[in-house]
Design a binder for this molecule. Structure first.
Ligand code: AMP
Length: 172
């Protein structure tokens, strides 16, 4: 499947969740067996030889792509969730939103000291969420291998916030 075929499976929804936001909806891609396969393969591809111990998926769509990527890389899969959702002792990192701040968390036993970690999400916009996830990995003593996304919104410059290997498949 070509990049343009993959791109054709992303639905653009204007003014969602609020006016002025162009939402990149991956649900048509998830419904397409070949598209789903190709997307997982493309997000994982640069990290196949990277000896990854843990793939972390960022809530919620990062879980969908992260788990099969962990399987493909022979790694364990860990959750990065919004504050207050995880039941066990957790590391926490905050990041700025347009108005106020938000927080992500990860169980303290998800990443062990020296683990090689890949962070995965469907989309990077400002990069705030992914940068907070990187902070969680470093708090746990993990070593960042990289961050990989299906979609990158170039105008928001998110990749500049990530001082680690960076990969995206579709850019807008
Ligand atoms: P950010 O922290 O700004 O990089 O935001 C990234 C998170 O917000 C990701 O988990 C995305 O799923 C979601 N997101 C942000 N902007 C969009 C958008 N235009 N379309 C779809 N999802 C988005």
């Amino acid at each position: 499947m070509t990049v343009d075929q993959l791109r054709s499976l992303i639905r653009d929804v204007p003014d969602f969740p609020k006016e002025g936001i162009l939402f990149r909806d991956v649900t048509p891609l998830l419904l397409d067996p070949a598209g789903l396969n190709a997307a997982i393969e493309a997000v994982a591809e640069p990290f196949k030889q990277a000896k990854v111990d843990r793939v972390l998926g960022i809530e919620a769509r990062g879980f969908i792509f992260g788990a099969p990527i962990a399987q493909a890389l022979g790694a364990g899969f860990g959750l990065v969730r919004k504050a207050g959702k995880l039941p066990w002792e957790s590391h926490s990192a905050s990041y700025e939103l347009e108005y106020g701040i938000d927080r992500v968390e990860m169980h303290v036993d998800t990443v062990e000291a020296g683990h090689r970690v890949l962070i995965v999400d469907d989309l990077i916009a400002t990069g705030g969420t992914a940068a907070a996830a990187v902070e969680l990995v470093r708090k746990a003593g993990g070593e960042m291998v990289g961050c990989s996304f299906l979609i990158e919104l170039l105008a928001l410059g998110g990749r500049e916030k990530l001082d680690t290997e960076f990969h995206s498949v579709l850019t807008y």
